[in-house]
Design a protein around this ligand. Structure first.
Ligand SMILES: NC(=O)c1ccc[n+]([C@@H]2O[C@H](COP(=O)([O-])OP(=O)(O)OC[C@H]3O[C@@H](n4cnc5c(N)ncnc54)[C@H](OP(=O)(O)O)[C@@H]3O)[C@@H](O)[C@H]2O)c1
Length: 245
């Protein structure tokens, strides 16, 4: 399996869960040193390989797919997790915040999934489809409190792209689902949780932020036999934040 943005945060939570469950896991991110270090650490519990790449362009997605192909000729699970956020006021929200965020959060999902479709199809069967898991966000389900215009729009688009790709790839026996996380501790969320943590927890019906096991568990479920009859779904993993309003 391959996890983009697997070097920290939600991607690392998912990669760790799969390594511990015995999967052969490839992780990718831009910073080679960090990616190598995390893969080295996770390899103490199983098998994890670092494939650094910048997915902010189609060329970077092609480069990652080629690097993966140098190791494997099939792919069971692709987790499109790498993402970026940008906060700026309504008055000042810049053009560049659209280009950067949409390139990584949205376009890279299409480009990487398309590049790796032959490898996904190779390992797919009617009883055991290959799985694509996209990481969306509850900010694509509800209107977020903070000024993140391109981010929340990109995540709503990720959810819809998930449905479109699910239909397109169903005949190839590849399922495509999205996880929409609520608040989880990560570099992206560190400042928000440090400044507004108590307020955010107060908005979560289950009164806590997500733990690594919550994220690893839903991804393992989607990749397991139990998840093989789901496609085109968006699953909120948010302690009830988006569903119990
Ligand atoms: N944490 C939350 O509460 C939360 C909630 C909802 C949704 N999400 C979603 O979950 C995903 C992971 O977020 P996170 O919170 O774990 O963020 P994070 O801690 O900032 O991690 C982002 C990961 O993506 C990689 N990355 C960033 N830009 C990249 C690029 N251009 N090319 C390739 N890799 C890149 C980063 O490594 P490098 O910097 O080395 O490239 C890192 O591994 C994102 O899609 C995010 O929108 C998170």
């Amino acid at each position: 399996m391959l996890v983009t943005g697997g070097s920290r945060g939600i991607g690392e939570m998912i990669a760790t869960g799969f390594v511990e469950a015995g999967a052969r896991v490839y992780i990718s991110s831009r910073k080679q040193k960090v990616c190598d270090e995390v893969a080295g650490r996770l390899s103490q519990a199983g098998k994890c390989v670092s494939l650094p790449a910048d997915l902010g362009s189609e060329a970077g997605c092609k480069q990652l797919a080629a690097a993966y192909r140098a190791h494997e000729d099939g792919l069971d699970v692709l987790v499109n997790n790498a993402g970026a956020n940008w906060g700026a006021s309504f008055e000042d929200f810049p053009d560049s915040a659209w280009d950067k965020v949409l390139a990584l959060n949205l376009k890279a999902i299409l480009f990487l999934t398309r590049e790796l479709a032959p490898e996904l199809e190779k390992n797919a069967s009617p009883d055991d489809p290959s799985r694509v898991i996209n990481i969306g966000s509850i900010d694509g389900l509800h209107v977020p409190a903070l000024d993140t215009y391109s981010y929340s729009s990109s995540k709503a688009a990720v959810h819809h792209l998930t449905r479109v790709l699910a239909k397109r790839l169903a005949a190839s026996k590849v399922t495509v689902n999205a996880i929409a996380p609520g608040p989880f501790r990560s570099k992206m969320m560190a400042e928000t949780l440090d400044n507004f943590g108590d307020m955010i927890v107060a908005q979560v019906p289950l009164s806590r932020i997500g733990e690594p096991e919550d994220m690893a568990g839903i991804a393992i479920y989607l990749a397991s036999r139990a998840g093989s009859y789901l496609t085109g779904t968006v699953i909120p993993v948010d302690g009830g934040m988006s569903g119990c309003l």
